[in-house]
Design a protein. Structure first.
Ligand code: SF4
Lengths: 368, 100
């Protein structure tokens, strides 16, 4: 692959790596929060190019991976209904529920559609006034403004047949939860660039201060990641812990104010269960009471669903950095992207899928 | 789905009272919501996530990112049916699983 070779040969990559190598005197464990970053790290083999002392722990920033099983099961129940057009981003189709996935519902005759933008789902609702159009509104702060606008528009248009099954999650509470979890090994965070494009990074200094942990806003390309890692290690080595922006070309401190305004209008904070992790207080958004009519969980009776997580799946440990994907006994055998046991094997942003797709079948520890 | 792709604003229009624009992502053109970047004008570059422009970016950075995304095949993955097909077609002709 031309790009990969170019990257590996690049003067800049080499000098960043050399700089990191030179300043690293002790072992450090860094967590990249975002699944897009995990994907890029594994795809480009950054974890293998870095000095052995630097360990990258893959964080829970893959919305597909952390959407709770109960919600997937609710989605499956709604999508199976007679008169429903169920719209979702493509990555959600193969996420395993207790018994099946959306793809199965579709093959059994359910009207499940993949859309590019939540606004497409609003258009579908307009074009199909006799049917219920439900959008699966998942994601982090990056995706939330799009979903908020779709609900706002549906209300403005007076649509009676559009609703959203909302499961939004937020990064700062997740960082706090990781830092306070028993046995935590994470010493610094590469914060997710595009989350900060929307939210800015004014929320992070209290978190860095409270947990005495460096937080460096980092982009997604290999050079961005190396730069983020370099700045993080420099802080760790110097015993510092502050918030730094290594993704200035797309992130400002205040973030996108217009988006934040609409977010506040449509959503309110709520406790959220994270798949594999558990409930984190005030770690998500739900629709405000004014928008209840557009809440699919409210519109459809989805109570009484019994969930059952696969016993062979260790995604919870993977998501909290206690286990690398290839240390899971099911990895690559019972669990593959085609027959995933856990959500982390589904999306290209999931750590298990990244390890599988880029051939990381052997545990690093064993090769060292 | 967390990918955000840079593109150039080609024109700006209004639909249902919402500011929209046609954005060119290295040849692929899509309608994008510009409501969250009220100051953006034709010719500017922006980073787009699930059909929404979320932040401005300069031209050089946009080109560099687009080029690397193209090389990695991420552009096809992001837009429209391709992501659905990628999620469903992972077998070669012999029916063997192909790691993506
Ligand atoms: S490899 Fe599969 S079974 Fe193991 S943790 Fe990952 S998703 Fe779960």
């Amino acid at each position: 692959m031309k790009y990969l070779d170019e990257f590996r040969d690049s003067e800049l990559a080499r000098s960043l790596l050399a700089e990191i190598r030179e300043m690293t005197t002790r072992p450090w464990a860094l967590m990249e929060v975002c699944g897009g970053q995990t994907h890029s790290i594994i795809r480009n083999g950054l974890d293998q190019l870095l000095p052995e002392k630097i360990e990258l722990i893959h964080g829970p920033g893959c919305p597909v991976c952390v959407t709770p099983l109960a919600l997937i099961d609710q989605a499956l129940a709604i999508a199976s209904r007679e008169n429903v057009i169920f719209c979702s981003f493509g990555d959600m189709l193969r996420v395993p529920g207790s018994e099946k996935d959306l793809f199965r519902v579709k093959s059994e005759g359910g009207d499940v559609r993949v859309v590019y933008s939540p606004l497409d789902a609003v258009q579908l609702a307009r074009q199909n006034p006799g049917r219920e159009v439900v959008f699966f509104g998942i994601g982090f702060e990056t995706t939330a403004p799009a979903n908020a606008m779709a609900v706002k528009l549906a209300k403005q248009l007076g649509l009676k047949n559009f609703s959203m099954l909302v499961s939004h999650v937020l990064v700062p509470p997740a960082i706090a939860a990781i830092m306070t979890s028993p046995g935590n090994r994470v010493q610094a965070f590469l914060a997710a660039g595009h989350v900060c494009s929307v939210m800015g990074y004014w929320q992070y200094p209290p978190v860095a201060e409270r947990y005495r942990v460096p937080i460096v806003i980092t982009g997604f390309e290999p050079l961005d990641l190396l730069d983020g890692i370099r700045r993080t290690v420099a802080q760790l080595e110097a015993g510092k812990h502050f918030v730094e922006n290594a993704y200035e070309r797309a992130v400002t401190e205040v973030g996108n104010v217009a988006a934040q305004r609409v977010l506040a209008e449509v959503f309110e904070e709520t406790d959220r269960a994270w798949r594999g992790i558990g409930v984190i207080p005030l770690s998500g958004w739900r629709l405000r009471p004014e928008y209840r009519a557009f809440d699919a969980a409210h519109r459809f009776d989805v109570s009484g669903i019994r969930t059952e997580e696969s016993r062979d799946c260790h995604a919870g440990e993977v998501l909290q950095g206690r286990m690398k994907p290839n240390e899971c006994p099911s990895f690559g055998t019972k669990c593959t992207p085609r027959k995933p046991l856990g959500a982390t094997m589904v999306s290209s942003e999931g750590a298990c899928a990244a390890y599988y797709n880029y051939g990381r079948f052997v545990a690093l520890a064993a090769t060292r | 789905m967390c990918l955000a792709i840079p593109g150039q604003v080609k024109n700006i229009f209004e639909a249902d009272g919402i500011r929209m624009g046609r954005v060119n992502f290295g040849g692929i053109v899509k309608d994008v919501c510009l409501a969250y970047l009220p100051d953006i004008t034709v010719g500017d570059y922006t980073i787009v996530h699930v059909g929404f422009a979320i932040s401005r970016v300069d031209e050089e950075a946009a080109h560099r990112t687009l080029e690397s995304f193209r090389e990695l095949g991420l552009l096809d993955e992001e837009f429209g049916v391709e992501s659905y097909e990628a999620a469903t077609q992972q077998e070669d002709e012999a029916g063997n699983e192909v790691p993506r």
